[in-house]
Write a protein that binds this ligand. Sequence first.
Ligand code: PEP
Ligand code: MG
Length: 327
Amino acid sequence: RRAAFAALKTEPSVTKDGAHIALMVNAGLRDDVAALDITGAEGIGLFRTEFQFLVSATLPQRERQQRLYRDVLEAAGDRPVIFRTVDIGGDKALPYMRHDGEHEENPAMGWRALRVALDRNGLMKAQARALIEAGAGRTLHIMFPMVSEPWEFDEAKALFEKQRDWVASRGRMLPSAIRYGAMLEVPALAESLDILLPRIDFLSIGTNDLTQFLFAADRAHPKLAERYDWLSPAILRFLRRVVAPTKAAGVPIAVCGEMGGRTLEAMALIGLGIERLSITPAAIGPVKAMLRSLDRGALQTALSAWLDTPPPSMRAALSGWAEQHGV
Ligand code: PEP
Ligand code: MG
């Protein structure tokens, strides 16, 4: 099977009825970029920049950050890399960062990610400059984690634009363009899409945190890991409500959580109209094999009816459908 997946590497990522599905990889370290050549993925849909911070004994200074970003961009060549600004704090606490001695009862919904970055903006200013300078001469993709309200996106983007102006004022080469995106992983943001969509260049759904918050179930809790299904009508209906207005607004939408790396879940996402998945490298082969045997139109019809009137088990219905249709 592994050999069969490897042989698919250079085959187009297209459904039987002609829909192109972009398959990208999630990454976080310099060496992860090798996954692009190994899998034939189209780019890095999520580069978790906090990894460098988590593996360092001291706060990585701007020069070190810049070197990493430049190396990653060079190794990726023409393939796009979406850098997510640091998602630290909460359960990803840095030993060398001051947390004001506050103990957090619920770190996952605590002072983390963009919340820390906007409150302590020295950290994000340095990261912004490192990214902008590393992206000289190319299109730079920046994504903000844990956006809960549109103003947080505005503030983060403004911080980047100010750093871009600063780099320009020094006469240094700028990225040819900067595209700014938001992660949708806090359910509240879905209620502000009409406000958010005109401001962003792309949206990426982080299903790990999103499902944790939708079900109020800790994503790391062993007793809860299998309790709620990614294929539950609640999640799929939620996603359907997000996909429709986002596509109508012409904003590219992706899924970058682990959900997209499971074959049946990926099939459901494609059935919901998602055309871009950023997943763990090992999942690229199996997901590509699945989608190349998929009639997306037929699935969309079946899935849409099941979402209106859910069957007793959505998982059983979808896997039965896949078997029947040779997926
Ligand atoms: C997510 O929450 O789905 C996600 C992709 O980000 P992380 O797993 O890094 O929180
Ligand atoms: Mg997340």
